[in-house]
Design a protein around this ligand. Structure first.
Ligand code: C2O
Ligand code: CU
Ligand code: CU
Length: 578
């Protein structure tokens, strides 16, 4: 694959692994952190991607770019310390994981410099690969581009019972695939369309040695904007076994796998017959239809152009991105493919309580407006102070996504995994029929998914939904929703708690509430003297305690009624704010 070196704007040369064809760097495999107490420290660093240059970057713990892989077990309660050693504020979001809003790490849960955020949550997700990354409002692209991201592998008994490769770094290989643009000083340029340098696990020009047996590749598209169309240079058939949030019902055979930013897929590749041979993981950009970022033309039907897009020789072309040398098999090689994996039970459209419609459009119509953004959802740009949707707790909902722009957008929602009902009226392909948290909505098309908003509610802290092309997200292609629990409706047959102690009462800054009950407090509702709810907290994961503190600073003076509940009991106490 010989390519010509292009001059871009006469300023600098594209330097690309695919062009140089020297896959000379051994692929990095991030180390792992396991257990239920995990510490992450975010800091700046530098990387030597180019001789004579140091590129400013962000990494976690021992890394100057990306972070360790967290290995979590379903059912465990984990405590994480996230220390921000940057000079800037940041947030860390557990992408794809089903955690409560306050633990989710969205743009409202900022971690100021020199502070530690301590989320704790029970791992409720099925075995799959998730990821963590910055979600700072208007700065996600900049921070993630510099490296502020890492992987999460969740394990569970169903996956563990299958005969699958799972020796991390040996026959079970994480592949964080990104493209990056560098400026003349070899610094990351998060906004440039000339992202022609591929990094896999932060390694430029990577090669790896894989054993001649069935291997599992855990692919994630962690690029800022681009879709990948993966395949192998020998045109091998491979099998997808896991989508974003869980096992598929059975392996799905394929020769190409399209992944948009934010999406993950685990595939099995049989290398048994290829010992001593070399193959390449390849991005088949020439086979991406127009209308996808990464195709020859990112616009469907010729609707506009992106500045400098055509200068990027990575667009619309086929490029080897990882050299794979097939070496001797390991002693405990997996040599078979499973025929079935798990039982996937999507919600049925007939179960839905509500359909919500989300329509994507350019913020401003006109030349290039169909393609360049900013884009809006239902006519609105993201506003930190505006709750776009309030979802009743335990609702099963159909979300109907319509893309009225010229380019495909990968739509992501927090809190839930969903099932795709249809893509422009057709059932999803088999590899998209399992749990998903990102779905590509093609230009001028529609997607419907169905999901259930269970387990977590929060009166104050919203979850996000947004385009996972990070520049679009930062420019406002995002909305936020609360999940509400109408406490009195759902907690009916309660016994009363005999004793609730509140002190000080009256209080000026906070009340401490103590209950004399064998179970911890699970939530509360605070109502003012007029019977209006002023605060509802149903954060099952945060309140292990028999004692809670309620901040009163934002409340006006007067009488309040606090309705506290534990697992089977509840009670009310009258409180006074001074
Ligand atoms: Cu991966 Cu809201 O993000
Ligand atoms: Cu997310
Ligand atoms: Cu988008």
């Amino acid at each position: 694959m010989k390519r010509t070196i292009l001059t871009v704007l006469g300023l600098f040369l594209i330097s690309n692994s695919a062009f140089s064809q020297t896959f000379s760097n051994s692929l990095a495999i991030p180390s792992t952190l396991t257990g239920t107490n995990i510490s992450l420290s975010i800091h700046t660093g530098t990387m030597a991607f180019y001789p004579g240059f140091s590129t400013n970057s962000i990494g976690f713990n021992a890394y100057n770019y990306l972070g360790p892989t967290l290995i979590l077990n379903k059912g465990d309660s984990v405590h994480i310390n996230v220390t921000n050693n940057l000079i800037d504020t940041t947030t860390i979001h557990w992408h794809g994981m089903h955690v409560s809003p306050k633990n989710d790490g969205g743009p409202h849960t900022v971690i100021p410099p020199a502070t530690t955020w301590t989320p704790k949550f029970k791992v409720r997700d099925d075995a799959a690969m998730f990821w963590y990354h910055s979600h700072l409002h208007m700065n996600t692209a900049a921070q993630v581009t510099k490296g502020e991201a890492g992987l999460i592998i969740v394990k569970d008994p169903i996956e563990a019972a299958l005969t699958l490769p799972r020796t991390y770094g040996v026959d079970d290989i994480p592949l964080v695939v990104q493209t990056r643009a560098f400026d003349v000083n070899k610094q990351f340029d998060a906004l440039s369309a000339v992202d022609s340098v591929v990094l896999i696990n932060g390694t430029k020009n990577p090669y790896t040695n894989l054993p001649a047996q069935v291997v599992r590749l855990r692919l994630i598209n962690a690029a800022t904007m681009r879709l990948f169309n993966f395949g192998f240079s020998n045109n091998a058939t491979f099998y997808q076994i896991v989508s974003d949030g869980g096992l598929l019902s059975a392996p799905v055979s394929m020769t190409r796998l399209r992944l948009a930013p934010g999406e993950r897929a685990e595939i099995l590749l049989d290398l048994t017959a290829l010992q001593t041979q070399t193959i390449y993981l390849t991005n088949y950009g020439s086979q991406l239809p127009n209308g996808y970022y990464g195709a020859a033309n990112p616009a469907a039907m010729g609707m506009g152009t992106i500045p400098n897009y055509s200068s990027n020789a990575f667009n619309g072309t086929d490029n080897a991105i990882l050299k794979i040398n097939v070496v001797a098999p390991t002693a405990s090689a997996v040599t078979t493919m499973p025929s079935t994996l798990t039982v996937v039970t999507p919600f049925l459209a007939s179960q839905a309580n509500k359909t919500r419609t989300k329509t994507f459009s350019p913020k401003v119509m006109g030349p290039g407006g169909g393609l360049n953004g900013p884009f809006v959802i239902n006519g609105m740009s993201f506003d930190m102070m505006m709750i776009n949707d309030t979802v009743p707790f335990n609702n099963i909902e159909v979300w109907n996504l319509t893309n009225n722009t010229a380019i495909a957008h990968p739509f992501h929602i927090h809190d839930v995994q969903f099932y795709i009902l249809d893509i422009n009226g057709s059932a999803p392909p088999a590899n998209m029929a399992g749990k998903k948290d990102v779905v590509v909505v093609p230009a001028q098309q529609t997607v419907k998914f169905i999901t259930k908003f269970d387990d977590f509610t929060d009166h104050m802290t919203p979850y996000m939904y947004h385009c996972h092309m990070l520049v679009h997200e930062d420019e406002g292609m995002m909305g936020q929703f609360l999940v509400w629990d109408y406490l009195t409706d759902i907690k009916k047959n309660y016994n009363s708690i005999e004793s609730i102690k509140a002190y000080p009462n009256p209080a000026s800054s906070s009340w401490i509430i103590k209950v004399d009950d064998k179970d911890p407090i699970l939530g509360y509702k605070l109502t003012n003297a007029l019977g209006k709810d002023v605060r509802i907290v149903n954060d099952l994961d945060l309140n292990y305690a028999k004692e809670i503190e309620i901040d009163t600073k934002e409340l006006s003076q007067g009488v309040y009624y606090l309705n506290v509940y534990t697992k089977v009991n509840r009670g009310t106490v009258k409180l006074i704010k001074q």
